[in-house]
Design a binder for this molecule. Sequence first.
Ligand SMILES: *[C@@H]1O[C@H](CO)[C@@H](O)[C@H](O)[C@H]1NC(C)=O
Length: 402
Amino acid sequence: MAPKLVSAMSVVIACLVALAFLFESSHAAGGATYNVVSYGARGDGKTDSTKAFLRAWSAACFSSRSATVYVPRGTFLLKPVVFSGPCRSSRIVFQMGAGTSTTLVAPSNYWELGNTGNWILFIKVTGLSIYGGTVDARGAGYWHCKRYGKSCTAGARSVSLFWCSNVVVSGLRTLNSQTMHMAIDHSNNVHVKNVWIRAPSGSPNTDGIHIEASTGITITASTIMTGDDCISLGSGARNVWIERIACGPGHGISIGSLGGSVNEDGVQNVTVTSSVFTKTQNGVRIKSWARASNGFARNIVYRNLIMKNVDNPIIIDQKYCPGNKGCPRQSSGVKISKVTYKNIRGSSGTQVAMNFYCSPSNPCWGIKLQDIRLTYGKKAATSSCANIGGSKSGVIIPRSCF
Ligand SMILES: *[C@@H]1O[C@H](CO)[C@@H](O)[C@H](O)[C@H]1NC(C)=O
């Protein structure tokens, strides 16, 4: 070979090696990427992309290394979809984005979400990150049916995590769900941050985030505006940390309704801190059915909270019994203990700013009040107590009734 040709070839080879190295190293850092568009999804807002998303998910799930399902800019129509594990890949990133320009929409006919109960469901996945994007369930038709219709579908939650662990959800926006916007059930070690949730204040049962039978759940730096609870914690929610939430409109942050069944797991070790409630029905609420149960709520801390014109800033309600059905003795079996309210300030929308109605058969105990300052317009706010005991320190306004 001529020396010139040899040197030209060696330059080409060197370049190829360098390119291959770059290519490899980017893969080594980011793992394999599966773009839903390569699997047939179309971001035109009309084409059903469900199967394409499932194919991309399967490819990522079966990958032997960390894998990204990538949803590019566009509006993608999805029917009910289940992204299921267990996966071979131990880390899956579900990346939507560029910012808010990637949207997943539900079909415009509400009944197409059917009776499955969930629209976008992740099940048995360990090591999942969901980043960015908007999901819009377009729930208005469903709410209308609920309000005026005779037979509606069961309704679907928008984004659900069942039997998942080691999950991060960050930067997601979820709008107008038929029922709950996010549900975390039988899962552990889940961190939800920087999410933005919105449904109209009159929309029925559109809770923001619901947690049940799960442990190690952190929800931070999020804005939640809904027609029901901003965050609700059901039976078996443990080790829950909630911080920097802007809640309202909505029904506040609720534990309960507990005690719906006789045998049920309790709620314990929950902290709600550094949050603001604006024009909500409740601030921090614990609610239970007025009937027999072995449930409980204990080791709960509410601190550094601001209430802005909240109807019931602090409330325990153990006499829940809609329609007065199924509550023969009108007394809750749910045991509430060790609940601390510390540094809670602002305004109440009703005169009774602190309302504790505990069970006559299972009084609340170990309730602590410290540095509470709640006002009611130009009049004095009041507090109301039944079947409760505990201690207080610092300035308490309105004056404690126990
Ligand atoms: C309570 O929950 C927090 C997380 O919110 C956790 O770090 C802590 O270890 C839990 N405490 C107990 C006693 O389990």
